[in-house]
Design a protein around this ligand. Sequence first.
Ligand SMILES: *Cc1c(COP(=O)(O)O)cnc(C)c1O
Length: 377
Amino acid sequence: MRPLQMVDLKQQYLKIKNEVDSAILNVLDSTAFINGKPVAEFGTELATYLGSKHVIPCANGTDALQIAMMGLGLQPGDEVITPSFTYIATVEVVALLRLNPIFVDVDPDTFCMDPKAVEKAITSKTKAIVPVHLYGHVAPMEEILAIAKKHNLYVIEDNAQAIGSDYTFKDGTKKKAGTMGIIGTTSFFPSKNLGCYGDGGAIFTNDDALAEKLKMIANHGQKVRYYHEMVGCNSRLDTIQAAILKIKLKHLDEYCDARRAVADVYDKAFANHPKIKTPFRAAYSKHVFHQYTMKLNGVDRDGLVKFLQDNNIPSMIYYPVPCHKQKMFDHIPSVNANADLPVTDMLTPIVVSLPIHTEMEKDQQDHIISKVLEYCK
Ligand SMILES: *Cc1c(COP(=O)(O)O)cnc(C)c1O
């Protein structure tokens, strides 16, 4: 059996090696390492895939969130509603821009922002809502968008974990994850569903004027070189990464299907298990399983992780400390480490993520399943 990893990037690379290697060599040959042709080409191709008018490539998913919030003109003191049950990047940029993060609880099934909690958290200072499509499961966007519309708020989708997923509205309209809010952001970190071989990110919007502004912000606030109209930052997708992403984008749907197939096998193996709750899949969306995250009931989680490790099976806890309890926010008055987020506090100690990726082999998954069942009996 091939050694188990959370994500098997090597096997995935080997399948597209010839194409990737020659694309990288072409970039080396061109020496256009910054803003070479593949960058704009990839932006256009991703825009077409997503059905989004504009895609602005940038340096990483954290920058994408920061540029989004700068582009919307959010000002210090403005309140931004986000889940606490997410990766720190979502919230870190809020604090970095001196905005006030307002944490809301998540739904125990979807792991995503609970619309009822969002509505309750709105004040006269609220400017934006940032739903996170956690683990590859899209947040209930129809409800979130309705709340945003009613209160005149921006919606920024943190789509770092659900690229390739979609959403079907009650009237049958279908949209890709990340294209429903005023802005969507993503990350091309190597382990993401669409990952490059270094850092990368992108921002999506259908708004022409906003797209211009986002582009300028990512480029030192300039449209014309050396004429800086606003304070921006330096956030670029490398040409080599864009060249790799052009190739991997063609495989994205297939990659999502492969992840779903692994999830199907886990689901079946753990179905109706009294101590394991398999991930929920809402009917409105296609889960793309960035993570396969189960909820344990009456299982010693640390013991399970250790047992799996002893059997050469990696597993991960996403995330061991919810954002509202992170020390980095101690000084921010809007954040209360003792905030009443019962679902977040309930989920944090019981979630565990198993290996899931595009290259899982049957003997590997059988081994994982048998060891999980052995411990959780
Ligand atoms: C990965 C991730 C990010 C940040 O992406 P980077 O490219 O690592 O900066 C932001 N939000 C979520 C939910 C993520 O999973």
